[in-house]
Ligand binder design. Structure first.
Ligand code: UD2
Length: 323
């Protein structure tokens, strides 16, 4: 049994990680400022974890959170490329200042290792596909710059202070509990939510933009493997956490519409600012060095995700009728 701190524990990836760790009998502490996460995501394990509503930028809060911890799984961030384009300073403060504050606290508390939720956005519009970790990064959006900067911080904290770190470059993670009701939500969540409400989603661009959509359980397994990996790979090394396959936005729309029986054709709008065109992971490094294998493929993951949104929708409808 080990002690874990999950930042952003009320978010969709953080809360899924928390469930997995609680199930394995580990001690889980979590922090979240609840700006985008929700305690609803933790309702069934709330009794089994300790939780503090704290911001990553809170110095005393991070000091307390890191005390006695073995592993920090750093998921907390203001996600979203368009949000960072709209508010570069706000997202900088959360994503970079917050991470630096956490790293200082983790160093001082002599945490064993930090596993960082990095982002495939770091590659930007590199023409080569699939993306490999040793390609020079080319971040386009402020969000991409912020996520990449924190990788560098993780590396420098290893070199300067010996704090072990692993950076997992997530490729478009999706799954149950992903917030769906904000313009900054992930595309799968937004499309599903809109189609369920009878609204026709808009595809930004021509629909041929593609992403390596990766089901959340695969990201959870990558985090657990990163904690178990030998120290030799915890030097701030970067790993792609994708599936090695990609889907266009047209494919995604059709797959969700097919599952939900939604018959309207998509609307198309201008491409989104800061967006990259294609994103596809080469996962050989993560497979070789961490033992990572994506167990849930896109279509299986999508079915599980949609089933969850439908069940939530029905629960809410039933509560409204009862109330
Ligand atoms: C980026 C990162 C991802 C993660 C995420 C966190 C890349 C390749 N991926 O995801 O790893 O860090 O940020 O937020 O940079 N779209 C529509 N209609 C909509 C909503 C979105 O067409 O209503 C498009 C959007 O323009 C984009 C694609 O869907 O081309 C995916 O958008 P997203 O916001 O789900 O994720 P993305 O790729 O910005």
């Amino acid at each position: 049994m080990a002690r874990y701190l999950i930042t952003g524990i009320a978010g969709f990836i953080g809360s899924t990680l928390a469930h997995a760790l609680v199930e394995q009998g580990h001690e889980v502490r979590g922090i979240d400022n609840l700006s985008t996460g929700s305690l609803d995501n933790l309702a069934d394990i709330r009794h089994a974890i300790s939780f503090e509503q704290t911001d990553l930028q809170d110095v005393a809060g991070m000091k307390a959170a890191c005390e006695g911890v073995d592993f920090v799984l750093h998921q907390g961030a203001l996600a979203s490329v368009p949000r960072s384009v709209k508010d570069p300073l706000g997202s900088h403060q959360s994503n970079i200042n917050g991470t630096l504050n956490l790293l200082i606290a983790a160093r001082d508390a002599k945490v064993r290792r930090i596993v960082y939720a990095a982002s495939s956005s770091a590659y930007g519009d590199q023409p080569t596909q699939p993306k490999q970790e040793d390609m020079p990064p080319l971040p386009l959006s402020p969000y991409a710059v912020q996520k990449l900067t924190c990788e560098y911080y993780i590396q420098s904290f290893y070199r300067a202070y010996g704090l072990e770190g692993i950076c997992l470059r997530y490729f478009n993670i999706f799954g149950p509990h992903q917030a769906a009701d904000s313009p900054y939500s992930g595309v799968i969540a937004q499309f599903t939510y809109k189609m369920m409400a009878g609204d026709t989603p808009t595809i930004f661009g021509d629909g041929l933009t593609s992403r390596d959509f990766n089901y959340v359980d695969n990201a959870v397994s990558a985090n657990l493997l990163a904690c178990a990996a030998p120290s030799a790979v915890a030097t701030g090394r970067v790993f792609n956490i994708g599936t090695g396959k990609s889907q266009t936005l047209n494919d995604v729309y059709a797959a969700i519409a097919g599952e939900l029986g939604f018959r309207e054709k998509p609307k198309y709008g201008p491409p989104r600012e800061g967006d990259i065109r294609h994103s596809l992971a080469n996962i050989e490094r993560a497979t070789a060095e961490l033992g990572y294998r994506p167990k849930v493929g896109f279509h299986d993951g999508l079915r599980k995700t949609i089933a969850w949104y439908v069940a939530e929708h029905e629960k809410k409808a039933a509560t409204t009728i009862e109330g």
